[in-house]
Design a protein around this ligand. Structure first.
Ligand SMILES: C[S@@+](CC[C@H](N)C(=O)[O-])C[C@H]1O[C@@H](n2cnc3c(N)ncnc32)[C@H](O)[C@@H]1O
Length: 322
């Protein structure tokens, strides 16, 4: 971590500033809260700033994703456009000179894109060991810093980021709305926040049939078995999207097959990425599917809110903090 990170972080327990005895960079060591005097370890250039009363359900989910991102740590060129689709209508130029927060950065794939868009600094936060995968991925980027912390008790000063985004994370929190509000609390007045979450609409089949299987079966399976199942399902999906959905869409452009927008969207992704998507669906303990009105309510005290339907199965929102 570089010294500049001290300007942004705060104690997750008492919100006081954090200090460290180092000149410019710290790879392994310790930081200290100037208020409650708690100490925090720094490992691999990443400070761990967890609240003393960590949320056990959140830790469990983050541990599951930590394992996932260590295994599926590849990067593909499609990630850049996918990220822009998730945060639309935000465009690369929007990032210029901004201080940006990636809330729940996982393996760091969106940080890699953001960091190229000219921000002053991108800070990624994740609760699990995925943060070290992000660290390896972003090590060469001067304008990236990482923190291990909980979205529900973010270890940052209030009102400090120009822009925060959280992609595919809030629906995995024990309290999704609380996570959203927590991130907004760290955005400056006049700054912006983007969020992308699973929609309930058009995903009723997942809620009714896949969710119980995920919770009671696949979430508990030994990981090698879950990886095997994901590989088989990905092979099936690849075959169906390439052999049926793409030709169907070409010859009958007006008619719609089941879950067509999303399946066409991922049809040309490499097999490894489709495996990751399947694994991501079957792995976590918690996954909420949110109705539009629920998502809209999160933005009640924001301005210039734009909520849009993405691939007819998820919601993305962008708003300004008044
Ligand atoms: C589906 S992954 C998405 C990662 C990344 N945003 C992406 O799109 O590649 C969800 C991530 O949220 C992280 N996460 C879950 N609960 C969290 C929490 N309470 N605080 C911070 N990160 C959390 C997980 O560790 C995981 O890496």
């Amino acid at each position: 971590m570089k010294r500049i990170l001290l300007d942004y972080i705060a104690c997750p327990d008492c919100a006081a500033d954090i200090e460290g005895d180092f000149e410019t960079e710290l790879e392994e060591g310790e930081l200290r809260c100037t208020g409650c005097k708690r100490t925090f370890g720094v490992h691999n250039g990443v400070p761990t700033l967890l609240p003393s009363q960590a949320n056990q359900a959140a830790l469990q989910v983050a541990a599951e994703f930590g394992e996932q991102w260590q295994r599926y740590n590849h990067e593909i060129e499609e990630y850049r456009q996918q990220f822009l689709d998730w945060i639309a209508p935000v465009e690369p130029s929007f990032f210029e000179d901004k201080v940006v927060l990636d809330g729940g950065c996982g393996k760091g794939r969106h940080i890699l894109a953001s960091a190229e868009f000219g921000p002053k600094l991108v800070i990624g936060v994740d609760l699990g060991e995925a943060i070290y995968v992000a660290r390896e991925a972003t090590r060469d980027h001067e304008n990236v810093e990482l923190v291990r912390g909980d979205l529900l008790r973010l270890p940052f000063k209030d009102n400090i980021f120009d822009y925060a985004y959280s992609v595919g994370v809030l629906h995995h929190l024990p309290d999704p709305r609380g996570g959203f509000k927590s991130v907004v609390g760290k955005v400056k007045q006049g700054g912006h926040m983007s969020a992308w979450v699973y929609g309930y609409e058009n995903n009723e089949w997942i809620v009714s049939y896949v969710n119980p299987i995920r919770k009671h079966v696949t979430n508990r399976l030994p990981r090698p078995i879950l990886r095997g199942i994901s590989w088989v399902l990905a092979t099936f999906l690849k075959g169906v999207t390439q052999g049926l959905y793409k030709p169907w869409n070409k010859f009958f452009p007006g008619s719609r097959l089941f879950y067509q927008d999303y399946l066409l969207y991922i049809a040309d992704f490499p097999h490894r990425e489709i495996e990751t998507i399947v694994y991501d669906q079957l792995n976590p303990e918690i996954a909420y599917y949110l109705k539009k009105e629920v998502f809209e309510e999160w933005f009640d005290d924001m301005e210039d809110t734009r909520i849009e339907w993405h691939n007819r199965n998820s919601w993305r929102g962008l708003a300004r903090k008044p």
